[in-house]
Ligand binder design. Structure first.
Ligand SMILES: Cc1cc2nc3c(=O)[nH]c(=O)nc-3n(C[C@H](O)[C@H](O)[C@H](O)COP(=O)(O)OP(=O)(O)OC[C@H]3O[C@@H](n4cnc5c(N)ncnc54)[C@H](O)[C@@H]3O)c2cc1C
Length: 322
């Protein structure tokens, strides 16, 4: 233990944030303002989200105070730059792989190094749920995409579908009308459920056609996607010809690293937190943003809970005289 502490001298932090999405970055900023030496682990690669997290995948944000309208990547860049302006914050492109609780601190291993920290914040968010039907793996990046903002321009004058009924699905469909000549929204239940303002926009957009009460059962093509198989006939056929499928059917919560620490999760795998303080059931471990059991998941709610977590971590460190 003494050896480990010695070895880790320059790698010891007050507050270690897992995830460099909006939540983690905002938490780090607040922690630095409270004088905490802070490390943010924000893993990026061609298959992972960039720094800024999932908000970078949306073309327009209209509900973040201070910006009437701003693109997700621009908003994320502003938050990142703001966070980087604090000298007490270090952001590293590393993926946390294991966390161990020691007596009064935590040992965090990554794909490149390892660190000691007095407190940990889970701001790991979620990843896209895959469409698990025949053809979905085969045609990923060959017509199947999980990011309309990233891949939409590849479908200029093509026919595409968005699978899903959430606000994100509706926003994806609206964005895709900028490029595609036709956009179907295929949704398994009675009616899609975006924010009312986006519902209005979808209804008014002549390029969008909604196919409700229908599931995609398979994806067909030769080299690239050519059609989807529906479980119900649409306009007389179970086969819908198209060139692209954008999947927006929800998310898987990235809370696996919390399990060995006995952090309490709900049945969806979300980290249960005290909604006033962002504390988990394990002292010194906090969580905020999309990874938690807060029901309303938006950038602003994640940012707010991230700041609360930073303050709670500060109080924890101060009270325990760590
Ligand atoms: C299409 C779309 C449109 C949206 N539009 C809006 C909008 O208009 N307004 C709004 O307020 N909200 C919007 N949202 C919701 C908003 O984007 C999220 O609620 C918010 O960005 C979540 O932030 P987060 O930091 O909690 O998670 P994320 O942004 O998902 O960040 C988590 C980060 O943690 C990283 N990570 C995970 N595991 C590890 C690990 N082991 N080690 C290191 N890093 C790890 C991930 O790679 C990721 O970068 C939208 C979401 C989507 C998908």
């Amino acid at each position: 233990m003494a050896n480990l502490k010695n070895k880790m001298k320059n790698k010891t932090y007050d507050f270690l944030v897992l995830g460099a999405g909006g939540t983690g970055l905002a938490a780090a900023m607040y922690a630095a303002r409270l004088g905490l030496k802070t490390l943010v682990l924000g893993y990026t690669s061609s298959t992972e989200l960039p720094i800024g997290g999932v908000i970078t995948t949306t073309h327009v944000v209209e509900n973040y105070p201070g910006f009437t309208t701003i693109s997700g990547p621009d908003l994320a860049k502003n938050i990142e730059e703001h966070t980087r302006s604090y000298k007490l914050v270090t952001i590293k492109g590393e993926k946390a792989t294991e966390i161990k609780k020691l007596k009064n601190c935590f040992h965090v291993k990554t794909n490149k190094s390892d660190y000691m920290t007095k407190t940990v914040l889970f701001a790991t968010g979620t990843r896209w749920k895959k469409l698990e039907v025949p053809g979905s793996s085969e045609f990923e990046n060959k017509g199947i995409s999980y990011c309309a903002l990233c891949d939409g321009p590849l479908f200029r004058n093509k026919v595409v579908s968005v699978v899903g009924g959430s606000d994100s699905a509706a926003k994806d469909a609206l964005l895709l009308t900028e490029y595609a000549k036709k956009v179907y929204i295929i949704y398994r239940s009675e009616e899609i459920h975006p924010e009312p303002i986006n519902m209005e926009r979808v209804k008014k957009n002549k390029k969008i056609e909604i196919i409700n009460n229908t599931n995609v059962m398979g994806i067909n093509g030769k080299e690239f996607v050519e059609s989807v198989l529906l479980d119900k006939k649409y306009k007389g056929s179970n086969e819908l010809k198209l060139d692209g499928v954008f999947v927006a059917i929800g998310h898987v919560v990235l809370s696996d690293l919390a399990k060995p620490l006995r952090v309490r999760l709900n049945s969806k795998g979300e980290i249960k937190i005290n909604h006033m303080t962002s504390e988990t059931n394990i002292p010194g471990i906090f969580a905020a943003g999309d990874v938690t059991d807060k029901p309303f998941k938006q950038l602003i709610t994640g940012v707010a809970d991230g700041c609360t977590a930073a303050y709670s971590a500060y109080e924890y460190i101060t009270k325990k005289k760590l």
